[in-house]
Design a binder for this molecule. Sequence first.
Ligand code: 1HE
Length: 265
Amino acid sequence: MQAIEDLGLQNLKVEVDDEGIATVSLNRPDKRNALNAATVEELVSLFTLLPRTGVKAVLLRAEGTHFCAGLDLVEHHREDRSPAEFMHICLRWHEAFNKMEYGGIPVIAALKGAVVGGGLELASSAHVRVADASTYFALPEGQRGLFTGGGATIRVADLVGKARMIDMMLTGRVYKGEEAMAVGLCQYLVEDSEAKAMELARAAAQNPPLTNFAICSAISHMQNMSALDAAYAEAVVAGIVNTQPASRGRLEAFANKTAARVRPD
Ligand code: 1HE
């Protein structure tokens, strides 16, 4: 199998620690981590490979003070793309983000600064979003004369609802802080988003891999199904996950009262 080092990544940095947590960093801080075509190709390659490397969880972060400024507008302007060319660009964004969302490995995003346009599309493909006080969310597509092309109509609408998403795109509304939490753009608002995201990645990595695979792919797939089909698929997934050998010891520990109980902090 290919190794991460063989991918020749230029715009992403990857470090895997001895607990199997991969820290993936967007690494174009001079360009506010704007997503050019090359970076999207690197995301496709990396998230195609990662689920097969034994990595247990991913911390997605960024170099510099902004998480991601979205589509590389300078490249887009320079390339003067045709409709068909840009449609193909969008299909690669979808490929990358679908690999993240459906890959079966928990992806925890540590956010800061601008999480805008395609940057919000990237963040919304992660399974958990952790923001800090500097983090702000926007869809400036309307102002730029553009439209979302990296899945926001699905994922951002899912997070905040159709009316809020339309407002964000039409008026350039920016969300941050408690308000961003309240509307569902992030699930945690903390002082140090990277430390918290790492803590969450380590917690998730304690679950059996098959369980995380189900959590980080089945729920998304089931949302695309009718309720009847989703219930059927849920039963099939639970049939496999809930009888796996890795859960036997955990169930035994509960039964013999050695397992931790569920308590509020
Ligand atoms: C960029 C980009 C970019 C920065 N593409 N190069 N996204 C946007 O509309 C957001 C555009 N960016 C900004 O509003 C600001 O840059 C930020 C608020 C993110 C950061 O501001 P600041 O003052 O820290 O940086 P800056 O001076 O604006 O930019 C620094 C450099 O980053 C500069 O390059 P330089 O070579 O002149 O130093 C900028 O050109 C570069 N840069 N953002 C290219 N986005 C699949 S469809 C998705 C559609 C969308 O994503 S629309 C939303 C696009």
